[in-house]
Design a protein around this ligand. Structure first.
Ligand code: C5P
Length: 323
């Protein structure tokens, strides 16, 4: 019989939030034998959040996943949902027979290259750990997180961090504190991360046959140094995303989105991670408001939002948003 794990007195439900990520640098190496690519990335957590509530329900209630917020219809509600995988992992490890319902309120674009699903997993790990009274420390949670996806440990950690391996090995960049204002242009539709990585492999193979290799981003030293300073233009000049040509190849309309941001005067525009969300980096909040308004008017994006970073990682909250 599975052992029931005691919960802190009165805690029938715990809610946690986890942030979206952007990649200030995303260097993609070659395809590895395990199907992943070696990455050299600079992650930054930004102020868009996924909210996940994990609730103890009665023994004969089924485990359910309920999703609300923008794009909710595209999110699976079976056990393939990353938050459900996170709950199942910790509950199984604890030998708990508890019935756990999951409620997700989306604040990060679905399949948008901003780690919305990974943030769900991160928030679910933190909430389940607290609800079941497991007391796993951050290192143990990040180890479980890495099993669920390459970006999940960063969604737990937050801030700004160097990511290596397949993205799961983190080194914090504690000096990278200056606030950065970013306009987020959300596309109509999503892109699948594995499909975008595969498209990059295809483009690289095709280009190398012609003797004109696709350019690869270099090191991150200059960016890391610039992040310690206060000059957003210097940082903006050092941003890079090796996945961008692949996202543009799969969704050529994104060129128009990038052009709209450039014409609006953003310091730099690029595809976010595997896309199709586009990011426009701005000098300050005033400029971000102006760029957002102008990009919005062109009608190139389904939705335009303002965000900023760095922000902290996944954490339990007391007053969940009810929508
Ligand atoms: O780690 P995660 O499950 O988020 O990755 C989704 C997919 O993205 C992987 O199955 C793989 O195809 C691709 N990927 C990759 N290299 C990475 C991270 C992800 O090829 N470093």
């Amino acid at each position: 019989m599975p052992r029931d794990v005691s919960t802190p007195a009165g805690a029938r439900a715990v809610t946690a939030v986890a942030p979206a990520k952007i990649n200030l640098h995303l260097g993609v190496g070659d395809l590895r034998a395990d199907g992943f690519h070696d990455l050299l990335t600079v992650y930054r957590a930004v102020d868009l959040w996924e909210q996940v509530t994990v609730a103890l329900v009665d023994d004969d209630d089924p485990d359910v996943v309920v999703v609300s917020g923008p794009g909710a219809a595209q999110v699976p509600t079976d056990r393939t949902n990353l938050a459900a995988k996170a709950v199942d992992l910790l509950r199984g490890e604890a030998g708990s027979g508890a019935r756990l319902a999951i409620r997700i309120v989306k604040g990060v674009p679905v399949a948008g290259g901003m780690a919305g699903g990974s943030a769900d997993a991160a928030a679910a790990l933190v909430a389940t750990d607290r609800l079941l009274g497991l007391g796993l420390g951050r290192a143990a949670l990040e180890e479980r997180a890495a099993r669920l996806g390459s970006d999940v440990p960063f969604c737990i950690r937050g801030g700004t961090a160097l990511g290596t391996g397949r993205g799961e090995t983190l080194a914090p960049l504690l000096h990278a504190r200056a606030e950065q204002h970013v306009v987020v242009a959300i596309a109509d539709g999503g892109l699948s991360t594995p499909v975008v990585f595969a498209e990059l492999d295809r483009l690289r193979a095709e280009r190398s046959e012609t003797g004109r290799d696709l350019p690869r981003s270099g090191g991150v030293e200059a960016l890391v140094e610039a992040l310690a300073g206060q000059d957003p233009a210097r940082v903006a000049g050092l941003l890079a995303n090796d996945l961008e040509p692949a996202a543009l190849s799969l969704m050529p309309a994104l060129r128009k989105t990038l052009r709209a941001g450039a014409e609006a005067g953003a310091l730099h525009g690029m595809v976010s991670g595997s896309g199709p969300t586009c990011l426009f980096f701005c000098a300050d909040r005033e400029q971000a408001i102006a760029v957002a308004a102008e990009v919005s008017e062109t009608g190139v994006a389904r939705e335009v939002r303002l965000t900023h970073g760095p922000v902290g990682g996944a954490h339990v909250i007391d007053n969940p948003q009810q929508t």
